[in-house]
Write a protein that binds this ligand. Structure first.
Ligand SMILES: [Zn+2]
Ligand SMILES: [Zn+2]
Length: 588
């Protein structure tokens, strides 16, 4: 006996039915009816879940972006490009509403733990459904609760940092990845992964939309738009119709400046804080000064394990190597000539803080950098204090460039961006461009005219003429053209083999052996190096790198497999530690 199964709605069934009917009537075949139950996804009552009193008026661009996503049971990557203050979050909230009404769950990724509270707060104001935060700091019991909740059939939202993407979730309806350009989405050590890329893969498996948001999208994502892999949604106006801040490029050559702050900038800061507004000062250097120098012989206190200068931390009274994290008490005598004339060289956030506190004794200054954020709950309270205007001046490293909503800031200042102008990393200008736009974007988000001041020794550098236009897409187009000419990512693919050893020659030799093996096997793979890493020595280990380049990633994966076999067959890993970085974000 054989079975044949028809779907009752199929054309074939309708066509064959007269014959089937005759055969059934003659008892020649047996007819069995199966009922295939498609479980109806219960629609949720809008009133139960939406807090409509907190809904905000949307402008045309926002409405258009929201309406552009109308298939929620279909995989598609959307890139929501919106200038700073254009109301991207409002677009996300409206999309979340649609997904919740279908009784589904949402993952909402942010790059930093410090961004979770403000995001969670805005979501909770709008929806009466559970909103959980998920990150490295939550307790095991909370983690267990969330894992269980993910298996239920009720709508909920999880706001979290990169590891959230690995949660196993029933009825996942959408993934949002905010600040998609941020390098924090990539875990750079041990198990290397990029949460943005995993998020896209996950959306593909679940067959749902994934929305990437940014005011400064990565060149990779913009190139994917160009190739029609991603759909672009744009918000080019500030939501409240406010103007973008005015940018001044200030030449600090031959001017008086102390602790990195020019008199011009000091004066501007004074005007803004006396107007009862907040000022943001951005500087990508922690500590009090870059190093400690002997005024008599020029000796500089250096970490032997890394061959890099110690950074001076005045608050904690120590010298610390920012590379291997080794600490020691501050030297009181020169180790070369014995002089006690030791002085700080260069400046970091601690020194800027000290100078501004001395200049404005009646105003409150807060510093946000890696040192001040070790205690997460204290950091979150500080963010609240900033919002409540308990501080007048906020000084910070790249941490303050990440999507924080400082509504009382009317002046953003970038104290020292010059080193990025001459970096040998081909991504340096892309990163600087993102940094400048993100820092600028912290100013003037609510009301009042705002401005941005960038101090530099090189005002004639071409970067400044393009940055003044504040047109990120145009700038990116030019950067992409450059990458295309030199066949750099995203127009080719990179993987990096990194090696480290106490013996520099062994570290180098190891990569040389890999290089000659690869060159022999694969004539079409471009190998660059081995070259010393930009941090040549770290914690006593000498570091080298070998870059592999090819147009097709699949070719590179083949090579990785061949090399792994080659390494294990020849027992090469004995003395050298090595790692592979696929799609590296840093090539130095
Ligand atoms: Zn060190
Ligand atoms: Zn000396």
């Amino acid at each position: 006996m054989t079975n044949k199964v028809y779907h009752s709605n199929s054309k074939q069934f309708k066509k064959d039915f007269p014959i089937i009917k005759k055969l059934i009537d003659k008892n020649i075949i047996v007819y069995t009816k199966f009922e295939h139950k498609v479980e109806e996804i219960k629609k949720i009552d809008k009133a139960d879940i939406i807090n409509s009193t907190n809904k905000v008026y949307l402008n045309q661009e926002q409405k258009h972006a929201i309406d552009s996503i109308d298939h929620f049971n279909l995989f598609q990557v959307y890139l929501l490009y919106g200038i700073t203050g254009s109301g991207k979050t409002e677009v996300f909230l409206n999309l979340i509403e649609k997904v919740l009404l279908n009784n589904k769950k949402i993952i909402y990724l942010v790059p930093e733990i410090g961004l979770i509270p403000q995001t969670k707060h805005r979501i909770q104001k709008r929806f009466n459904c559970p909103v959980y935060d998920y990150h490295s700091e939550i307790r095991v019991s909370e983690k267990k609760l969330i894992i269980n909740e993910c298996k239920t059939r009720k709508p909920l939202i999880i706001v979290g940092t990169r590891s959230t993407i690995f949660l196993s979730i029933n009825d996942l309806g959408m993934i949002i990845i905010d600040e998609e350009h941020d390098s924090s989405y990539k875990q750079q050590d041990s198990f290397r992964y990029n949460a943005r890329d995993i998020g896209i893969l996950k959306a593909k498996i679940y067959n749902i939309p994934v929305v990437l948001g940014s005011a400064t999208p990565s060149l990779e994502s913009l190139n994917n738009v160009k190739q029609n892999k991603y759909k672009l949604l744009t918000l080019l106006k500030r939501a409240s119709n406010l103007e973008l801040p005015r940018i001044t490029i200030y030449d600090i050559k031959n001017t008086f400046n102390k602790s990195g702050i020019s008199d011009f900038l000091l004066n501007k800061i004074k005007i803004h804080i006396n107007n009862n507004k907040q000022v943001l000062v951005f500087l990508n250097k922690k500590g009090f000064s870059d190093s400690l120098i002997c005024n008599e012989c020029g000796w500089i206190s250096e970490c032997e394990r890394c061959e890099k200068f110690y950074t001076l931390y005045m608050n904690s009274k120590k010298l610390k190597c920012n590379y291997c994290l080794h600490e020691k008490p501050i030297d009181i005598q020169c180790l070369s000539c014995g002089s006690t004339q030791l002085h700080p060289l260069g400046f970091g956030t601690e020194q800027v803080q000290k100078y501004l506190e001395e200049s404005f004794p009646n105003k409150k200054v807060i510093r946000l950098d890696g040192e001040s954020t070790k205690d997460k709950s204290k950091f979150l309270n500080t963010l609240k204090d900033i919002e409540n205007k308990n501080y007048d001046i906020i000084i910070g490293t790249q941490l303050i460039t990440k999507g924080h909503h400082f509504k009382h800031v009317t002046l953003s200042a970038l104290v020292n961006v010059d080193s990025a102008l001459f970096s040998n990393d081909f991504r340096a200008i892309e990163k600087l461009n993102q940094q400048v736009i993100q820092v600028s974007g912290r100013a003037g988000r609510e009301s009042f005219k705002s401005e941005v001041i960038i101090q530099t020794h090189f005002p004639e550098h071409s970067f400044f003429s393009i940055i003044k236009q504040q047109n990120y897409l145009d700038i990116s187009k030019n950067l992409l053209k450059e990458r295309e000419i030199y066949n750099l990512p995203p127009f080719s693919n990179h993987i990096i083999y990194r090696s480290k050893s106490i013996n520099s020659d062994e570290s180098y030799e190891y990569l040389m052996i890999l290089k000659s093996f690869i060159n022999k096997q694969n004539k079409n793979i471009l190998t660059l190096g081995p070259s010393p890493a930009s941090i040549r020595k770290k914690a006593g280990l000498y570091r080298w790198l070998l870059i592999l380049q090819h147009d097709k990633k699949s070719e590179l994966f083949k090579v990785i497999n061949e090399v792994e076999l080659f390494i294990s067959r020849n027992n090469l890993k004995n003395k050298v530690k090595s790692s592979i970085d696929i799609d590296p974000l840093e090539s130095t």
